[in-house]
Design a protein around this ligand. Structure first.
Ligand code: MTE
Ligand code: CO
Length: 416
């Protein structure tokens, strides 16, 4: 086995590796009882109610924040920030921590001026206000959104050090809104209406072609995330939700939907979200996000601090349905254990997994592998490259490897 880090081959660490791991933790974590300090907050009155009209996290959690990589893009207006998945638990992303991807900056839309137009091959072109949409039958659903470029910098080898950067172009929210089908049916789709064009109201006017089958199946026009109005960063007041499909189709600040008889775009014409293969050909219409997973702790931004019992935690997802199983290895794939899936396990939603383990201080090579309900198995990065080459940025769902060193620090590596 060869281990390749971000700066080249790693030597010596593997020899020490091996059976230093018991997957079922048996020890405890409590300390012997002793004196407990009396702190200031135990003796003084705290602030009263509504001293924080919109609550924020504790000041001790200020490290939990979106981050960006400066050299990735020329400007912040057409850039991406990353969700700090190493600091989160469960499956829901807090509203203020959702990664953002803008092509023309954040549009600040006045909801009273908001309009959604439906035109094209419909019986009756219509315009909806935000209040009109809110008076239509509601849908509430949990879904993940993953940018097609998530893990895109890792195609040619381990590059970014931390799952916030390697896997943080993802969020998972409870959406409230209206089924797109309900809105389209009010307008009445003509028999030759086979595609929709969804168009954003921001300065980039980002638009995407979506087949009518998907539009009528499970797409939503969402106006709320996790129980409150959408955040401006996520497309306030209304965004399109396209469950299981790549993030760039989830049009934010959506202003228009046109029904047509053919796609407006080929992959080659739209914002370069194209999977370029080794032979110069491109994959067309790669909309669905394949099964993927990542261990969020331990990871480079969440090192191991203690020997003995520890909890490995991670996220798995599939754009094709539910996660069926997640396997975890601590020795670079020689032995695998089945992770515990923490309910709820929902379709096209993040699924949280755990493995309790004992660490004796020896180096580890940690990976996770997701299997979805269609039976699809998350591939290794080399398996992916064998089929797709290394020209692409998009749809990298290869297995991630974390190298845990004796110090407990963790590094992004690849093994072959
Ligand atoms: N919609 C509009 N109108 N403008 C945009 O720039 N970016 C797209 C999509 N929808 C974009 C957009 C891309 S590439 C992604 S990955 C998702 O929005 C990101 O959604 P988020 O900002 O909520 O994370
Ligand atoms: Co994107």
């Amino acid at each position: 086995m060869t281990i390749t880090g971000r700066r080249g081959f790693l030597k010596g660490s593997l020899a020490a590796m091996g059976g230093g791991l018991a997957a079922a933790a048996t020890g405890g974590t409590a300390r012997a009882a002793g004196d407990i300090k009396v702190n200031e907050w135990m003796k003084t009155l705290g602030e009263g109610v509504v001293s924080r009209p919109y609550g924020l996290p504790s000041e001790y959690e200020s490290h939990v924040r979106r981050r960006w990589v400066e050299w990735l893009t020329a400007t912040r207006e057409s850039s991406v920030s990353f969700t700090p998945i190493q600091d989160l638990d469960g499956i829901v992303t807090p509203n203020g921590l959702c990664f953002e991807r803008h092509h023309g900056g954040i549009a600040e839309v006045d909801p009273s001026e908001y309009r959604l137009m439906i035109n094209g091959l419909v019986e009756k072109p219509l315009i909806f206000t935000l209040d009109d949409l809110k008076r239509m039958p509601r849908v509430n659903r949990f879904y993940f959104l993953e940018c097609a470029a998530n893990s895109g910098m890792e195609w040619r080898g381990a590059q970014l050090n931390g799952c916030q950067y390697t896997h943080g172009m993802i969020h998972c929210l409870q959406y409230t809104g209206v089924a797109l089908k309900t809105v389209l049916e009010q307008a009445g789709i003509r028999p030759n209406g086979k595609w929709i064009l969804a168009e954003g109201g921001d300065a980039s006017g980002l638009d995407r072609s979506i087949p009518i089958e998907k539009a009528l199946d499970d797409c939503m026009l969402a106006f709320a995330m996790n129980g409150e109005a959408l955040r401006p960063e996520q497309g306030y007041p209304v965004r399109l939700v396209v469950p299981g499909w790549e993030g760039n189709m989830w049009i934010k600040w959506i202003r228009r939907i046109e029904v047509g008889d053919e796609p407006w775009h080929t992959r080659e014409e739209t914002s370069k979200y194209t999977d370029l293969m080794e032979d110069g050909r491109s994959r067309r219409f790669t909309w669905i996000m394949d099964a993927k997973s990542v261990v969020t702790s331990p990871s480079p931004q969440a090192p191991l601090k203690y020997k003995g019992v520890n909890v490995l935690s991670g996220l798995a997802w599939s754009g094709r349905g539910k996660v069926k199983r997640v396997d975890v290895t601590f020795d670079g794939g020689r032995n695998w254990v089945e992770a515990e899936l923490a309910p709820p396990v929902l379709s096209r939603c993040l699924t949280r997994f755990h493995v309790n383990f004992e660490w004796d201080g020896r180096p580890l090579l940690i990976q996770s592998r997701c299997i979805d309900e269609t039976g699809y198995i998350q591939p290794t990065k080399d398996e992916l490259r064998a089929v797709r080459g290394t020209n692409s940025i998009y749809h990298n769902n290869g297995i991630q490897t974390w190298h845990v060193m004796a110090s407990g620090e963790v590094e992004n590596v690849e093994i072959s």
